[in-house]
Design a protein around this ligand. Structure first.
Ligand code: GLU
Length: 289
């Protein structure tokens, strides 16, 4: 058996809270228990929301918790060319297409469709993309050269037909207690965006590429990302990448039973530390030994 490789992959778009502490500690503890490796990856592709001070705080907060990671840390913003290559591969297979609607344009289209009845939503509750590929692949280069903003969208029908049936091994639990072998349902997401003109990648694309490149064997992350795994399995198949096992863990909720957010001060690690909490108390608060 190869050594297990775990990772914690935060986005530096806010300060870490108890939910991040739980996820990071769970990965770190699992790596230790299995004699494996623990990697930290900074998912900073969104230049408008990510900031150096949040990244610095991630290192500080994780270090304070007693977590040690291998260096150098992989920062996604330093690997955009790699993601571009994957986009080109998918374009060459005719599985993605450029879409030009603005967010407002899409909202108008959805509203129009909704006059005829409910329009389907993705597992996160967002309406599915109401458009479809309108250009022949030979026309892509010409339109892209025109300089208009666009997004590369996955042609979900073509991509899932190409990939065939997919599943993954779930060692944790989905929102409806799914575990064991779970059938992937990428169609539930519609024609997802894989890259944009100004950001040549997306969460879905960069996460599968990096997990493969870093040799991640175990993806341990929050249950809120459970159904994203359907898209990840599809991209792994299309790009010929290995398949890790998945463990989606419970979310740490606030007193009102809501998911924690990066802006809630009461559960921020820096606030708790400033108020005198110890790393051992953080472990106890999130229910870890
Ligand atoms: N960067 C993602 C986040 O902060 C997590 C990605 C993952 O674990 O797959 O929500």
């Amino acid at each position: 058996m190869p050594l297990p490789v775990f990772r914690f992959a935060p986005s530096p778009n806010g300060f870490l809270h108890l939910g991040h502490a739980y996820s990071a500690l769970l990965n770190f503890d699992s790596a230790r228990a299995g004699g494996g490796r623990f990697l930290l990856r900074i998912e900073d592709i969104d230049a408008t929301r990510c900031r150096p001070e949040f990244e610095a705080a991630i290192y500080q907060d994780l270090g304070w918790l007693g977590i040690a990671w291998e260096t150098p840390v992989r920062r996604q913003s330093e690997h955009l060319d790699l993601y571009r290559e994957a986009v080109e591969k998918l374009a060459a297979q005719g599985l993605i297409y450029p879409a030009f609607e603005s967010r407002a344009g899409i909202a108008r289209l959805v509203a129009q469709r909704e006059t005829e009845g409910p329009w389907p939503r993705d597992p996160d509750g967002a309406p599915l993309y109401p458009g479809s590929a309108t250009l022949a692949p030979e026309q892509h280069a010409r339109v892209l050269a025109s300089g208009a903003p666009f997004a590369w969208r996955l042609d979900m029908a073509a991509a899932s037909a190409r990939a065939g049936g997919l599943s993954w091994t779930e060692q944790g639990e989905g929102p409806d207690r799914q575990t064991g072998t779970v059938t992937a349902e990428p169609q539930a997401w519609g024609d997802v965006i894989l890259a944009r003109k100004e950001t040549p990648t997306s969460y879905h694309l960069s996460v599968v590429i990096d997990d493969a490149l870093q040799g991640i064997t175990h993806v341990v992350r929050g249950q809120d990302l459970f159904w994203s795994t359907s898209v990840h399995r599809l991209l792994q198949k299309l790009l010929n990448l290995p398949e890790p096992v998945y463990r989606h863990h419970r979310l740490v909720l606030d007193d009102a039973g809501q998911k924690l957010s990066k802006s809630t001060r009461a559960t921020g690690l820096r606030e708790l530390r400033a108020a005198g909490a110890t790393p051992a108390e953080i472990r106890r608060l999130v229910g870890l030994p």
